[in-house]
Ligand binder design. Sequence first.
Ligand SMILES: [Zn+2]
Length: 327
Amino acid sequence: MDTQPYGGKYDGVIGVLTALEVIRTLNDKDIKTERPIVIVNFTNEEGARFMPPLLGSGAALGDVSKTSVYETVDAEGINFETALHESGYQGKEAHRIKDAHAFIELHIEQGPVLEQRQKSIGIVQGIQGLAWLTVHVKGEADHAGTTPMSGRKDALVAASSMVTALSKYASSVEELVITVGTLQVAPSAPNVIPSDVTFTIDMRHPDDHMRKGVPMAIRKIISDTSKMYDVDFTLETNAQTETVHFPERIRNILLEETSSLEYEAEQLYSGASHDAKNMSRIAETGMIFVPSANGKSHHEEEYTSDADIEKGANVLLRAAKRLADEK
Ligand SMILES: [Zn+2]
């Protein structure tokens, strides 16, 4: 239930609330299942206050130790343990999730696909892998007034051209998305030709084979552009994650329950990461998406209609009951 600065009120929250509604509905109707159904509300999914994201699910599954999580500090120097304690949600270790027969997470899509295709339910095929790269462009600083345009080694002009070329390239490959989200210019003075520019590349594609080839294409674009502008560059890979594919058995259960309710479903990969990615390592996992108006998320305009949330909750209820009744 944590959020981003200026984030909306649906991201994450409706997953917890619809799960609560599922339990309440089963209890109201006095329906008992073979296996217990447990709601998990993971801490610090966004990584907005404490880095990295998925910290709660990562800690629960042993990726990070409790000590290192507790020692993580926010921008104001407050450590995680203190913040958790003060929030009143510091639980007991005995309540930590250790295993599960299955795990289902309902979430807003955070993209425009379901709305565009007029489907109320998204069945998530998996979470697409990504690569984070850093490019450093090295030019030459010089006087802005006395250096003619020809013969300059302007790192920012070169970097700008790289950013444009990367965007064009990504647009030409189906399902590929490339984002340059940060850019630092040095020496960053109005009357000095920029000598150094550093920018990051976030690249995502659901197909592992395809995604592994993309950094080569990126390198060629950076290299060709740097020759055009007579600058040098370095390119490093900071992080890479594989695409997580959710099991077909769970996807089929979600599809069957969606069609038995006479809703229409679309299968799609998630462009964003979710705690379900971590949970998929210990349990058969699936995700249900509901539409995001105008595809907006991490923004106050984030919106999903009550009608769509209700449909999502109904699919969650049926899938949870069915999985909990498995031997
Ligand atoms: Zn989010």
